[in-house]
Ligand binder design. Structure first.
Ligand SMILES: Cc1ncc(COP(=O)(O)O)c(C=O)c1O
Length: 401
């Protein structure tokens, strides 16, 4: 097991983070963290939990009140036919929920269809569970949605599960209800699990988020994967959750939860109760502000990057996944052969602008970079100014520095 882990990659996002530490006054558009702080309802619940001495062991799956609230949320908001709190487990963020799901479902050598581009940990988690990630293409010209016939053609006798992520990190693409129905039909026909990563469920800009597990019969074979990180600005607190209907598979996930964590931090779980019981207008305020920043940032790219970078408004999440003009050449000596890495290094080293090379999300991300627009407006404006200095000069005939 130990040597096997040597072949599991660590995302380039970590390399970028290290690079950013060498930059003076950086614009941190590289990481997927929001600039907001957790709402008062969360902070008060955390503090109250400390004062109430909620510092002891808990049931492995989670505090009963939190499990009740989550079962109710999944029924009300996601329209899943969850039978009760016993089907829910709370995890150390969404990443841990994905890990438990893969560990519970996969046998060694099982294939898992994963989007390309994809949030990098998804592929690595499949691999740490001895599975084999099989990419299916998200097409830029289809607003980053898959071609369902092509997806179906990737299914083999070894396929065990399909991962979907809507809204998507990094593309911001959103699966339509028709896409989800077609994917559900494949899952039923081929007897597959669906691992539904819904981390950005509350950050969909075009239409309403729709959960595949709410389609008739689909909750039986879907593991919905959720997190408090993005919705409640709780990235560092590490609180996620999943639901599993099947008792056998649920018991496997329960054992992985038990042996990796015993239980998730008690204080954090009470913070989660505060988030769900408290007023929800903060979520709406975050959404309204992010909606405005999306427009500000994509307008800024159009105005300042001079066509070297271009991209449409994403339908969901808080990333601009922008295309690099294929004719662009980095003026830096020894620039990398990968266009997305060359642009990333140029923007970071010459412009202090953090971003992630698209190729880090899979081969279909080559030629793109990802920039997070969930940062403060001043930081976004600063980054846009730096981009203008670096790339905007080409049209004015001044050449690049
Ligand atoms: C697509 C996707 N899924 C899941 C997560 C998990 O987030 P966390 O582990 O912070 O809850 C993230 C975080 O960036 C993400 O982008």
């Amino acid at each position: 097991m130990a040597a096997f882990l040597d072949s599991v990659p660590i995302s380039g996002i970590i390399r970028i983070r290290d690079m950013m530490y060498t930059v003076d006054k950086p614009f941190r558009l590289d990481q997927g963290d929001v600039s907001f702080d957790a709402p008062p309802s969360v902070k008060e619940a955390l503090l109250k939990a400390v004062h109430d001495n909620r510092t002891h062991y808990l049931p492995t799956n989670g505090v009963p009140r939190l499990l009740e609230l989550l079962a109710e949320k999944l029924r009300r908001q996601n329209h899943l036919p969850v039978n009760g709190p016993e089907e829910i487990m709370v995890t150390t963020g969404g990443i841990h929920a994905q890990f438990l799901a893969c560990q519970a479902v996969l046998e060694p050598g099982d294939e898992v269809l994963v989007p390309n581009p994809c949030w990098p940990p998804t592929m690595s988690i499949v691999m740490t569970s001895h599975g084999v990630p099989v990419p299916y293409t998200l097409h830029a010209e289809r607003a980053w949605r898959p071609d369902i016939a092509e997806m179906r053609s990737k299914v083999t006798s070894r396929t065990k599960a399909i991962v979907i992520n809507t809204p998507s990190n990094p593309t911001g693409g959103v699966l339509t209800r028709a896409d989800l129905e077609a994917i559900a039909a494949i899952a039923v026909e081929k007897n597959l699990w669906v691992l539904a990563d819904e981390a950005y469920e509350d950050l969909q800009w075009d239409g309403e988020h729709f959960s595949i597990g709410s389609l008739p019969g689909m909750y039986d074979r879907t593991i919905p994967l959720h997190t408090f990180s993005k919705t409640y600005a709780m990235t560092g607190l590490r609180l996620g959750y999943l639901a599993i209907k099947d008792k056998t598979v649920r018991m496997r996930a329960h054992k992985m939860l038990l042996y990796t964590a015993s239980n998730i931090s008690s204080i954090v779980q009470f913070g989660g109760i505060g988030a769900l019981e408290g007023p929800q207008d903060f979520v709406q305020q975050f959404r309204t502000e992010l909606f405005a920043r999306r427009q500000l940032f994509l307008d800024g790219i159009a105005a300042n990057a001079n066509g070297v970078l271009s991209g449409a408004l994403p339908a969901g999440a808080f990333y601009a996944f922008v295309k690099i003009d294929p004719n662009w050449k980095s003026p830096m000596a020894g620039a990398q052969a990968s266009l997305s890495w060359a642009m990333t290094e140029y923007l970071i080293k010459q412009g202090r602008v953090g971003c992630i090379p698209g190729v880090d999300f899979g081969s279909n991300g080559e030629g793109y970079i990802r920039l997070c627009f969930a940062r403060e407006r001043t930081e976004l404006v600063g980054a846009l100014g730096a981009i203008k200095n670096l790339l905007g000069q080409r049209a004015e005939g001044k050449g690049q520095r």
